[in-house]
Ligand binder design. Structure first.
Ligand code: HEC
Length: 155
């Protein structure tokens, strides 16, 4: 029993110590001229879903509830943000070449249809990011329409 107590104490100390290693926050107060709404029209109901379900990892502004200040949860999220933004950043979408915008819109529809996004591990905690069937249809229809409108400029 004695050894278990020691292990518990060590784990507790490690847990406390890692709380002091906070990752950088993904926050920007800058007005973003390259936001996705620059080149593509985004209806309000779509925008609300994207903000609730995607923007934490795919924009320059993450919403941080309290548990994201607990490590290692915060580290895991920081890692998702790093990779998520590299692949798709809604705050920067308007600066992408049209070709890239088109392929990203297609990727958005595909990821939603396949149930790949939002990441499952994220939706366990972030209930607001769980998409209903109707919300999925809204997003995929929007992505398709936005793609069509870009196809007219750049077939
Ligand atoms: C918890 C963080 C997180 C959330 C929330 C999230 N994503 Fe992602 N997303 C990622 C990561 C990380 C990647 C990089 C690929 C991977 O690791 O699976 C990615 C990749 C993608 C890609 C692939 C881009 C490409 O070029 O192939 C698309 C599209 C995408 N996400 C769309 C979305 C949409 C739409 C939502 C909201 C409905 C969303 N994501 C929510 C983290 C997230």
């Amino acid at each position: 029993m004695h050894i278990f107590k020691k292990i518990l104490v060590v784990l507790l100390i490690i847990f406390i110590v890692i709380q002091f290693i906070q990752p950088d926050r993904n926050k920007s107060v800058q007005v973003v001229p390259a936001d996705v709404t620059k080149d593509v029209s985004v209806p309000e109901n779509v925008q609300i879903i994207l903000q609730a379900a995607c923007y934490d990892c795919h924009s320059n502004n993450t919403n941080y509830p309290w548990y994201n200040y607990v490590q290692p949860v915060g580290w895991i999220l920081a890692n998702h943000i790093k990779h998520g933004k590299r692949d798709l950043n809604f705050s920067d979408f308007g600066s992408y070449p049209i070709r890239k915008q088109q392929s990203k819109l297609k990727a958005i529809a595909d990821q939603i249809k396949d149930g790949e996004m939002p990441l499952y591990s994220y939706t366990i905690i972030h209930k607001k990011a769980r998409l209903s069937k109707e919300q999925k249809v809204l997003i995929t229809d929007w992505a398709q329409k936005a793609q069509d409108s870009l196809d007219k400029i750049n077939p």
